[in-house]
Design a protein around this ligand. Structure first.
Ligand SMILES: NC(=O)C1=CN([C@@H]2O[C@H](COP(=O)(O)OP(=O)(O)OC[C@H]3O[C@@H](n4cnc5c(N)ncnc54)[C@H](OP(=O)(O)O)[C@@H]3O)[C@@H](O)[C@H]2O)C=CC1
Ligand SMILES: O=C(CO)COP(=O)(O)O
Length: 339
């Protein structure tokens, strides 16, 4: 039995925590919302984030970080990107006090605007400087709603340290979720983060009434620009984008009604404002944050990502969706394969 602290008790945090408890681990969820913690402890439910579902009753929740981290061998980050650095600073203080050095696992999918850092970089900077080997990222086509129902799911677990990736594979896998190790940590993270931007675009196309050909074109060209960013800026391996965290996650996020990014995009395509959509979603829509970091990278490093840049303009410069589509289709002719 491994003691695992799960930081973030929203939809994915509670489902992953429950799954890890199903696997026989000692799981404690940490969240900053007292009423959610109380509901989990009293009723084994988290009705704001996961309707009609119960957690494994052995998983407990706390609002006290030190309680969560005491004795933890694994600390799993399942927070929105914008909260990772703040919580990581607090984790560092508590771990220094406890004198422990647990394995860090991130399930968060995003790139931090401003720093343009991946989540593993933030964890390394804030918690384990010079020891990136203690960090594993899990990412792949996996919606909390599906895993909660014990539907079949496959996810990549990536680390620069093969043994740590294998350890996570062993502890996290069960008969309904299968984990595959991967040595391309940054590639796995880039795929998981930037597919959220493409999923917003996929939702916008549906909201605008476009059909299956448009969706397929968007996903394929979206993957091309994700790989271009991953390989040219982050040093990712091209093959990673053909895997679970690349094409796999792109498929599920661009086609599933469970996707918050897709649903947000669809409403924007139907004419709703970003403010309205975010206020009514009640859950994090990571693509709206990551697109800012992607835009900064495109501008500073001259990376060609026309879909992501169009999404940035629609969300933050109030450009018209139809005009962006016209502009996109009228760009200079290009060869299909180029990085
Ligand atoms: N949902 C899914 O199916 C999947 C999600 N992911 C990724 O997992 C990450 C989390 O997503 P998800 O669980 O869906 O998000 P949710 O919006 O469902 O939940 C986010 C949780 O984080 C908590 N939180 C926010 N800020 C802080 C903070 N400063 N300290 C402590 N807790 C905080 C929120 O608390 P509060 O209630 O107080 O707001 C909430 O419990 C994202 O990066 C997402 O892309 C990855 C795969 C699948
Ligand atoms: O990452 C996810 C699925 O793998 C979750 O996607 P959404 O945030 O769009 O719901």
């Amino acid at each position: 039995m491994t003691k695992i602290a799960v930081l973030g008790n929203g939809s994915w945090g509670s489902v992953l925590g429950s799954m890890l408890a199903d696997n026989g681990n000692d799981v404690i969820l940490y969240g900053n919302n007292d009423s959610v913690n109380e509901e989990i402890n009293a009723h084994h439910t988290n009705t704001h984030y996961m309707k009609d579902w119960s957690l494994n009753p052995s998983a407990n929740a706390t609002g006290d970080l030190e309680t969560a981290l005491t004795g933890a061998e694994i600390v799993l980050f399942v927070l929105p990107t914008k909260a990772v650095r703040i919580v990581a600073k607090n984790v560092r203080q508590v771990l220094d006090k406890l004198g422990t050095k647990p394995l860090l696992v991130t399930a968060t999918k995003g790139i931090e605007p401003g720093s343009k850092k991946l989540i593993s970089d933030i964890l390394m900077e804030e918690i384990y400087p010079n020891d990136g080997d203690k960090i594993v990222a899990i990412s792949g086509p996996s919606h909390a709603e599906n895993v909660a129902q014990k539907d079949l799911t496959a996810i990549a677990c990536a680390s620069t340290d093969e043994e740590n990736a294998k350890l996570v594979q062993k502890i996290f896998s069960n008969n309904y979720v299968r984990f595959y190790t991967n040595d391309d940590l940054v590639g796995v993270e880039v795929g998981g983060a930037v597919k959220n931007v493409i999923a917003i675009a996929a939702g916008i196309l549906v909201g605008q009434g476009y059909g299956d050909d448009a969706k397929a074109a968007l996903m394929t060209r979206g993957l091309a620009e994700i790989a271009r960013l991953g390989v040219n800026y982050f040093g990712a391996k091209p093959m990673t984008f053909s895997g679970l965290s690349g094409i796999g996650d792109l498929i599920v996020t661009c086609t599933s009604v469970n996707s918050r990014n897709w649903r947000a995009g669809k409403q924007i395509g139907e004419g709703k404002t970003l403010d309205y959509v975010l206020k009514n979603m009640g859950q994090v829509v990571e693509g709206t944050t990551t697109v800012k970091a992607v835009h900064e990278l495109c501008q500073e490093k001259d990376i060609d990502m026309p879909i992501s840049e169009a999404i940035y303009r629609v969300l933050y410069e109030n450009t018209n969706v139809e005009d962006e589509i016209t502009k996109m289709m009228g760009r200079a002719p290009k060869p299909e394969i180029r990085l």
